[in-house]
Design a protein around this ligand. Structure first.
Ligand SMILES: [Zn+2]
Ligand SMILES: [Zn+2]
Length: 118
């Protein structure tokens, strides 16, 4: 929970493990998996299936939003709001119930050519 409060972006299991180890040095992957499952089951976290990063975890209770994946530092970011006009995107005769949008490219620090900072 501390890791997710510190980083306001969706995280992979490996990121949770790496950042969690900075708080608790002895943290292992099994503990991370167990806690991610626990927090997902009780609704504090939700799972996102990302097309290239695999399963990501993020805090629940946020407004509808989408994700940006930086192909250089391989981190996922949360994008504020939604640019999709569902009424315009909806094919004739279909009923859209939900959608996911994943954008790809470079994050601000990779655009500046900086070495990766968290
Ligand atoms: Zn980046
Ligand atoms: Zn949307």
């Amino acid at each position: 929970m501390q890791v997710f409060r510190q980083f306001n972006r969706p995280l992979t299991v490996d990121e949770v493990l790496a950042y969690g180890r900075e708080i608790v040095g002895s943290l292992n992957k099994a503990t991370v998996y167990r806690n991610l499952k626990l927090l997902s089951d009780n609704g504090w976290l939700k799972r996102i299936s990302h097309p290239s990063l695999g399963t990501l975890y993020e805090r629940t209770g946020k407004k509808h939003h989408h994700f940006f994946h930086c192909r250089k530092c391989n981190r996922a970011f949360e994008l504020p709001g939604c640019a999709l006009k569902v009424e315009e995107a909806e094919p004739k005769g279909f009923k859209v119930e939900d959608h996911e949008i994943f954008l790809f490219g470079l994050c601000p620090s990779c655009c500046r050519g900086n070495s990766h900072k968290k």
